[in-house]
Design a protein. Structure first.
Length: 153
């Protein structure tokens, strides 16, 4: 009798163990962080543009400097080699839409960015920007270190 009880307990334990292995826990969502210049500050790489990966060999990196409100962008989307763009950025809350908006201009009088971007999502590792005037223009950035060969060091 004792052997049968022991067999039933072992069988139950094995069944429970197999069941628990099959039920992998859902991934915890990465928590959003407050959209501030401090949390925006740092280096980012464009990983998806309009929900598509960039063409192979293409890149856009941007480094925001909170202390003086400047940025440096390294990209090869519209040039043969690396093109470096610099300027100033501003982060403000648009009361009408109730969201943080990122805007910028280029140094040397080259003008404003093509769009103002709603910061739709910001985590410690990702940032989703959506053009305020075109919701289909979506840019997903990932926090990164900009490679030395891109910076030219």
């Amino acid at each position: 009798m004792m052997k049968q009880i022991l067999k039933v307990m072992i069988a139950a334990a094995l069944m429970f163990g197999a069941w628990s292995c099959d039920n992998t826990p859902e991934e915890e969502p990465i928590p959003e962080i407050e959209v501030t210049t401090n949390n925006l500050s740092g280096s980012w790489r464009l990983s998806l543009w309009n929900d598509q990966s960039l063409p192979e060999g293409s890149f856009v990196y941007i480094d925001f400097v909170r202390a003086d409100g400047t940025y440096t962008m390294y990209q090869n989307i519209d040039s043969f080699g690396t093109r470096t763009l610099t300027g100033r950025f501003t982060l403000y809350v648009d009361e009408e839409i109730g969201a943080a908006v990122l805007r910028g201009n280029y140094d040397h009088g080259a003008g404003e960015w093509n769009h103002r971007y709603i910061v739709e999502s910001l985590t410690a590792s990702t940032m989703l920007l959506v053009a305020k005037d075109n919701a289909e223009d979506r840019c997903l950035y990932e926090r990164c270190e900009i490679p030395a060969e891109i910076i030219g060091e």
